[in-house]
Design a protein. Structure first.
Length: 253
């Protein structure tokens, strides 16, 4: 467990952890059972930052600043994937060309639009919740945001096929993830969501997983499998769905 968490911090964040881990790919794959726990740990750091910022400023400014802090902390890792995924999958090209576009370091119009709409959705969703939620619930939302993102990605590992002719890249690390590891990750996310949000957490969990299954089917239909970009893009998609679901349920929070 510890080795897997350390590897996730080394790879998915900019936190300097100078610890050498043996068999990194194997431990990243087997550690999927703790993937949502890793997301919760990132969320804990960001929740503390948000709590401090909302004391100094207002909740709306604190939200903007914590989103900026998230980019500093993670390097915008999954946002880059969202941009590349949008450029490739919505290019109206053939499968091979879509995969080539996702490998291109340049950002296209679809990628820019995906990032813009992501931030618009999560920003205005949070703002619309502010009049009806306590400071404690605001912190809980920040705490759970990365958990729900990592939970969504783990769902894509189920019987995953790699998209591409050459088996290389980050996506191949998560081939052949065991079903019970994915199940444990999902269970941990479900229990955490229920613990912090009650029945609303259950609804958010179910809707998020349903949307990710639709996304999974779309990606498979377009390119036949997953790569690092289509996997990583799932995190911001899950986060946006989570916040939109909370908006729909705002009267029950």
């Amino acid at each position: 467990m510890i080795d897997s968490i350390i590897l996730y911090f080394q790879f998915f964040t900019r936190i300097p952890i100078s610890v050498a881990i043996t068999e990194p790919e194997k431990k990243m794959r087997s550690g999927v059972r703790f993937f949502s726990l890793f997301g919760l740990m990132i969320g804990f750091i960001e929740a503390i930052v948000y709590w401090f910022l909302q004391v100094l400023f207002t909740p709306s400014i604190a939200w903007i600043l914590v989103l900026f802090f998230d980019v500093l902390l993670t390097g915008g890792f999954h946002l880059d994937a969202l941009s590349d995924m949008a450029d490739g999958l919505f290019s109206s090209r053939k499968r091979e060309r879509m995969l080539e576009i996702m490998k291109d370091s340049r950002v296209g119009s679809n990628g820019v639009l995906a990032i813009v709409f992501y931030y618009l959705l999560i920003t205005f969703s949070f703002f619309s919740l502010l009049p009806q939620i306590t400071s404690k619930l605001q912190v809980i939302i920040v705490l759970l945001l990365n958990l729900i993102g990592k939970n969504g990605i783990s769902l894509l590992f189920y019987q995953m096929k790699y998209a591409g002719n050459n088996a290389e890249g980050l996506g191949t690390t998560f081939l052949d993830v065991k079903k019970y590891d994915i199940g444990f990750c999902q269970l941990l996310s479900f229990l955490t969501m229920f613990l912090f949000l009650g029945k609303a957490g259950i609804v958010c969990f179910i809707i998020s997983d349903l949307v990710i299954m639709i996304y999974r089917k779309m990606v498979i239909n377009k390119v036949g499998g997953f790569n690092g970009d289509t996997l990583g893009a799932c995190s911001p998609i899950s986060q946006a769905v989570f916040l939109l679901t909370l908006v729909i349920m705002r009267g029950f929070l």
